[in-house]
Design a protein around this ligand. Structure first.
Ligand SMILES: [Zn+2]
Length: 624
């Protein structure tokens, strides 16, 4: 009986019965979507939408809930307001589904041929609660799924839509869509709804477009005109990135590609992949203070790789016919992990990162997963693929080194570095992960209209085609492992070992300066702000064992006011035999003395070459 009650509820609940499941049938007619972006002062998108209907009776309009690329139910329904429906000029009432907050029930009146919808998308005024700030005085990030409804019951690829956007005077909008401009309104070519959603717009007052290749442009939108100043050297690096990706994959899965890059200190950060464009909001000074932003140079290479890995080739359980069926994230260690791997490799091959910068940043990754992330001991990488759904794509918890994070990215990257070294060893250097990239991603040249899905066994089979081996066992033993030591071995297989010195690498110094972080993570187990606020405490590290928690503030170190030099001196003195490290810590409005008994000195990770001659990683990073 206990089982029968929910079953009976399912059968009788109108909420479940009434939302039609997506079917692979053609939607009759074309949706019209008009978005007005002229309210730059208050950041309000005003939307008018027309949805054809095939007759009277019940209908459900959906607001996209599961956003592609977020792998999570991150649609911001809380920002949709002012919804009014009508047919033939007469109001039509709607009723929100009592269980699915993203579904609106409508009774289409007799004689109606279309439903008109008016509503607004209220961009958050600051990032944080309510999602990303996407609309400011000098730029907007128009994500079509945020400003549109679609009819339930159809594959989104079968719903044609003609969208237009009216921009403030003087603004330029960049997108993978093509269209006609009249006045300040651009009417985009009719496309299936999924392609519209996959083609966001960055629009703004201060823009620049650079041609990297006959098919590829680099489109910049910035807070201020001078921030669009891309140098010839920066253009050359991104041209090389496009060439290196061609050599790697052998095909392109787009008719044209727009790198969409917004540079802003006000808009919320953004990093989303698409078939035919990137979508990245980075710091306003990315181009004008290029060297200080060294770490972020890989980001566009990562997003570009997704055109092949993630957009064209898609995990079968992640692919959904519409945006309201749940996605499953079990293969994100390929989708994101191998994209991280190739994005970083392409950064090194193109010169966006020097080889040394690549090695310096990789050292941080190896250190993190071999001793800086004790959560490895209970939570395997496979389980971290649940992270986007558990935390709605945000960071999770106060103790990230114990809870873990979206580690399928960079912990996954390590497994692919080891896979590359393993293929080279098995084939006496004749084959590598480059061969896998061509075999797995380089098929169906020019195809971008549909996704080619895959399962775990397809990945193992493709690896087997390159070099016969127990690849399923190789992958499973790493994905399901709770032994931190396996992560150290990944780079050792590729010819480098993790070591610690008393100074950060040059690349890490730039990254820490940019992030304004004082790094004592691998010594006392703390990351702090310049003001001594504790950002992160290494689980079970020396500071943790002394009872320190994140958000507290270190006011003094060995009787001196806190700064990075005072902390470094105290750690070094303790190693030389002075007493333990003494801190004054402020916690809310309470003060207390804390003693950390740590004698190991300053420790910062770097990679050291094993032996002489070229190792697997050296060969992997060499430009093609
Ligand atoms: Zn990614």
């Amino acid at each position: 009986m206990k089982l029968l009650i929910p079953f009976a509820f399912l059968l009788t609940s109108p909420a479940f019965a009434d939302v039609p499941v997506a079917r692979d049938v053609l939607f009759q007619g074309t949706m019209q979507l008009q978005v007005d972006l002229r309210d730059v002062k208050q950041g309000i998108f005003r939307i008018h939408q027309t949805i054809p209907v095939s007759g009277p009776g019940p209908m459900v309009l959906l607001y996209p809930k599961w956003k592609p690329g977020n792998h999570s139910p991150s649609g911001q329904i809380e920002n949709l307001a002012g919804l009014k429906l009508s047919a033939g000029g007469k109001p039509v009432t709607w009723r929100r589904d009592p269980i699915d907050m993203f579904a609106f029930h409508v009774d289409v009146p007799a004689g109606a041929t279309e439903i008109e919808a008016e509503f607004q998308y209220l961009s958050p005024q600051k990032g944080g609660a309510g999602g990303r700030r996407v609309f400011g005085p000098s730029m907007a990030n128009l994500q079509w799924e945020s400003v549109s409804l679609y009819p339930a019951g159809y594959y989104v690829h079968n719903v044609p839509v003609r969208a237009s956007a009216t921009y403030p005077a003087g603004w330029t909008g960049f997108t993978a869509l093509r269209g006609q401009q009249r006045g300040t309104t651009v009417t985009y070519d009719q496309v299936p709804y999924d392609i519209l959603v996959d083609s966001p717009v960055y629009a703004g007052a201060y823009t620049k477009q650079v041609q990297l290749d006959p098919q590829v442009t680099f489109d910049i939108v910035a807070d201020s005109p001078w921030q669009t100043a891309i140098t010839p050297e920066q253009v050359a690096l991104h041209k090389t990135l496009v060439q290196q990706a061609d050599k790697l994959f052998g095909t392109r899965h787009y008719d044209h590609y727009d790198f969409l890059v917004a540079l802003s200190d006000y808009q919320s950060g953004d990093g989303l992949e698409h078939h035919r464009s990137s979508e990245n909001t980075l710091d306003a000074d990315l181009l004008t203070d290029w060297d200080a932003n060294l770490y972020d140079h890989y980001v566009v290479a990562h997003e570009y790789t997704h055109s092949w890995n993630g957009k064209f080739r898609r995990p079968a359980d992640l692919w959904t016919p519409d945006y309201n069926q749940p996605m499953r994230d079990s293969l994100l260690w390929v989708y994101e992990g191998q994209t991280q791997f190739w994005g970083d490799v392409l950064s090194a091959r193109s010169g966006l990162w020097s080889k040394q910068a690549y090695l310096d940043f990789l050292a941080n990754v190896v250190a993190r997963y071999s001793e800086g992330m004790p959560g490895v001991t209970w939570r395997p990488v496979q389980d971290t693929t649940s992270q986007p759904i558990i935390t709605d794509h945000g960071p999770g918890g106060a103790w990230p080194s114990w809870f873990r994070s979206a580690d399928y990215y960079r912990n996954g990257e390590l497994f692919w570095i080891e896979a590359d070294a393993t293929i080279r060893k098995l084939t006496n250097g004749k084959k590598s992960m480059d061969d896998f990239a061509k075999l797995f991603f380089g098929v169906e040249p020019g195809q971008w209209d549909h996704e080619l899905t895959y399962r775990f066994d397809d990945v193992a089979a493709a690896l087997n085609q390159i070099a016969p081996y127990d690849w399923a066992g190789f992958l499973r033993s790493r994905l399901d492992s709770t032994d931190p030591a396996i992560n150290r071995r990944t780079v050792e297989a590729a010819g480098y070992r993790l070591v610690f010195g008393d100074k950060p690498t040059d690349s890490s110094k730039k990254q820490l300066a940019k992030a304004k972080v004082d790094d004592f993570y691998y010594s006392v187990g703390l990351n702090l702000s310049k003001q001594g606020e504790i950002k992160d405490v290494l689980w079970d590290g020396p500071a943790f064992r002394a009872g320190i928690r994140p958000t507290e503030t270190v006011l003094a170190v060995n009787d001196a006011a806190y700064d990075a030099d005072a902390m470094a001196r105290a750690i070094t003195d303790a190693k030389r035999g002075a007493g333990p490290i003494r801190l004054v810590v402020k916690s809310d409005d309470r003060y207390r003395d804390v003693t950390i008994d740590y004698r190991g000195g300053l420790r910062y990770p770097r990679l050291e070459k094993i032996g002489t001659g070229e190792g697997a990683l050296d060969r992997l990073l060499a430009p093609r």
